[in-house]
Structure formats: C-alpha cells, structure tokens
Design a protein around this ligand. Structure first.
Ligand SMILES: NC(=O)c1ccc[n+]([C@@H]2O[C@H](COP(=O)([O-])OP(=O)(O)OC[C@H]3O[C@@H](n4cnc5c(N)ncnc54)[C@H](OP(=O)(O)O)[C@@H]3O)[C@@H](O)[C@H]2O)c1
Length: 176
C-alpha cells in the first residue's frame, strides 16, 4: 500500500480548515511531551508517543483517547529510534511532524561531573536528536514535506556555567 493510500493520509481534514497531522513525540510519557500530546490530541491530530516507561505512556494515551500509538523505546539507541519511525509508518502510513523532545537535565558543577554524566548528556540530549533526524528526514525528503522540531533550551543559548554546563552544552548542540 502506498503511504498516500493509507486511510489517515487520505482524510480531508478535521474541524475547520486545520489539516490532520501525524505527529511523533519522543518523551511523550510525561512533562512537556505529554502536554504537547494532550493539546495536539484535543485538536484531532494522530499521535505516536515514544518513551521508556510503558505505564506512563499508556496513561497519557488513555487520557487523550483518539488515534494514539505508543512505542516503548530508548532514544539513546539508534535502532530503537528507527523502530519508532517504522511503527509510525506502519500504523499511520506517514509522518508529518517529528518532535525530538526526550531529554533530561543535570545540575552538577564542572568539578563534580563524571564521565558517565557527560556521556549521558550527549547520548540522551544530542545523539537522540541526531538519530531522530537521520531516521525521519529521508521520509520527509521523499514526500517533499515534513516538520522536524528539536527541543532545545534557553540554557543552550545562555549557558549556566555554575551547575548546568553539561546540560547547556548538550542543548547548545541543538540550537541554531
Ligand atoms: N522543563 C523545563 O523547564 C525545560 C526547559 C527547557 C527545555 N526542556 C527540554 O524539554 C524536554 C522535555 O523536558 P521535560 O521537562 O518535559 O522533562 P521530563 O518531565 O523529565 O520528561 C522527559 C521525557 O523524556 C523521556 N525520556 C528521557 N530519557 C529518555 C530516553 N533515553 N529514551 C526515551 N525517552 C526518554 C521521559 O520518558 P521515560 O522516562 O518514560 O523514558 C519523559 O517522557 C527535554 O528535552 C528538556 O531538556 C525542559
């Protein structure tokens, strides 16, 4: 089946003139990702929510109702990010918007930072976004459309060197 033949891809639209989108949100099990999901779900968009905690994902999806697909995945693993894309395409036939939202902070001085802390900042905040972009942008290029959103932070623009240096550096990598 061609992706454009998929039922959801052929829907004319929703209420008003808003076009129904298929939106992938990493880190959809809580915080900002879950709230974005609730707001988009309330507007009728189809959602793919990915995170590690299955119960939390299910709770968010159940609260939204509608067309929500959940994927248990760790975004620090390239193969698991590719699986998020594959499940989204299998379920909805296309992806319109991909939000690299999963991430985490750390508050530790430079003298306290361990190798594991820095590796985790890079893996969770930087490599996850790289994997997401590399997974979905070829699909966008093939379709000639699509939106990619990387969730950075104010601290990526204005570093807080005292205790947020590693986090600021990881978010600066996502900031134009
Ligand atoms: N909160 C703020 O004030 C703020 C400000 C600026 C930017 N941000 C950025 O906004 C994004 C969301 O932040 P938040 O405050 O909503 O954080 P949060 O409440 O801690 O939620 C983080 C989300 O990311 C998921 N996640 C973390 N590591 C993951 C991994 N390895 N694989 C898959 N999912 C993972 C978590 O789900 P699981 O635990 O289920 O995996 C959770 O759904 C982050 O990128 C953060 O840096 C936040």
């Amino acid at each position: 089946m061609r992706s454009d033949d998929h039922p959801i891809a052929s829907e004319a639209g929703m209420e008003g003139s808003e076009e129904r989108k298929v939106v992938v949100i990493t880190g959809g099990s809580g915080g900002i990702g879950a709230e974005v999901a609730r707001r988009l779900g309330a507007r009728g968009h189809a959602l793919v929510l990915a995170a590690r905690r299955q119960d939390a994902l299910k709770a968010v999806a159940d609260g939204i109702g509608g067309d929500v697909h959940t994927v248990v995945a760790d975004v620090t693993d390239r193969a698991q990010v590719e699986r998020i894309r594959d499940e989204a395409l299998r379920r909805f036939g296309r992806v319109d918007v991909w939000i690299n939202n999963a991430g985490r902070g750390i508050a530790r001085t430079v003298l306290e930072l361990t190798d594991a802390d820095v590796d985790d900042m890079i893996a969770t905040n930087v490599k996850s976004a790289l994997y997401g972009m590399q997974a979905i942008v070829p699909h966008f290029q093939q379709r000639g459309r699509g939106h990619l959103i990387n969730v950075s932070s104010f601290l990526g623009r204005v570093p807080m060197a005292s205790i947020r240096s590693a986090y600021s550096a990881s978010k600066a990598a996502l900031t134009r």
